[in-house]
Design a protein around this ligand. Structure first.
Ligand code: RIB
Ligand code: CA
Length: 312
């Protein structure tokens, strides 16, 4: 079976780490590299966390490139309340034995795309700063991008306020560049990721795998779970970023709708909103995204359990 060539872009964070754990063990994906951006924590921490996760879970073969340390326009915003001071909750990983790639993230993305014989799927699960700079500085590489499967936005909800999801909130100008780029997008927004939660029993299933991955998830999810159960309507914690990887592995588990998504960077009360037009009467020639709206949560959780088991 032909593997899907991908480059992930992360702000490792707890759910970014789970997305990496899921992606790195899959025989369906050919991970050409991981690029890192500031988001859940400052870039020094998200880079360190990404190097630690890639190294600890046995994928030193995957290059990790350092990206942007701040948004295009807005002041930097990090989220220790959700991901902890380290960015990985209370989970502790050994110091990484690998170093960042010698190229910066945007140059790494550009050269990897230019040199690839096949199109590559980009999987950004943090603020879109790196991807926006790539598309702005090197628009010719668009023809080498298969599609962008991203975690971010929300057709009907935000988590930073009524309309803004964190990855868009941190850098809405970058998100607008990406959604206006003409590259096909699969948007895994809060509409689907807030249905992709793990209950405490699910987290105990991960732990019960008795693997380094299960132990890591159980530890990292501790604070993260409490945050979600006390601050949201969920009976568990949303594993947002793993949904973007799940779309690549099992799109058949996910309900989607085509539409036109525009990122607002003008409205006083709608700034950073991903405005999704699904109206049947819309000009469908302007559709730019497949918006994910629902998932088979039981299958999603079982996939996470199997992924942890694979690290025996
Ligand atoms: O809103 C959830 C998103 O913001 C996830 O990607 C999480 O890691 C944070 O970056
Ligand atoms: Ca993220």
């Amino acid at each position: 079976m032909k593997k899907i060539p991908v480059i992930m872009d992360v702000d490792t964070g707890i759910d970014d780490a789970v997305a990496l754990i899921l992606a790195m063990q899959s025989d369906k994906l050919d991970i050409k590299g991981v690029t890192v951006v500031a988001g859940n924590q400052t870039l020094d921490k998200t880079l360190h966390n990404t190097l630690s996760v890639v190294d600890y879970f046995g994928r030193k073969d995957i290059p990790v490139a350092k990206g942007c340390d701040s948004p295009l326009v807005r002041a930097q915003y990090v989220d220790p309340a959700t991901h902890g001071e380290s960015g990985l909750g209370t989970a502790k990983l050994p110091q990484p034995s690998i170093q960042p790639h010698h190229l910066d993230a945007v140059t790494f993305l550009k050269e990897t795309l230019e040199n690839s014989e096949e199109k590559i799927t980009l999987v950004p699960v943090g603020p879109l700063t790196n991807i926006a700079l790539l598309l702005t500085c090197y628009p010719h590489v668009k023809e080498k991008i298969e599609k962008i499967v991203m975690m971010g936005g929300g057709a009907f909800e935000g988590n930073m306020n009524a309309v803004e999801e964190f990855n868009i909130f941190v850098d809405p100008e970058a998100a607008k560049i990406v959604f206006d780029s003409g590259v096909d997008i699969v948007m895994c927004g809060l509409d689907i990721t807030m249905k992709s939660y793990t209950t405490w029993d699910d987290i105990m299933r991960l732990k019960a795998t008795g693997t380094k991955a299960g132990d890591f998830c159980a530890e990292a999810f501790g604070v993260y779970y409490n945050r979600y159960v006390s601050n949201s309507r969920l009976p568990g914690c949303a594993v947002h970023d793993a949904v973007a990887v799940t779309y690549l592995l099992h799109p058949e588990w996910i309900k989607t709708e085509k539409g036109r998504v525009k990122v607002d960077i003008e409205g006083a009360n709608s700034y950073g909103a991903t405005v999704c037009d699904f109206r049947p009467c819309r000009d469908k020639s302007k559709d730019n995204a497949l918006v994910c709206l629902d998932i088979d949560r039981d299958k999603f959780v079982d996939l996470l359990v199997r992924a942890c088991e694979s690290y025996k």
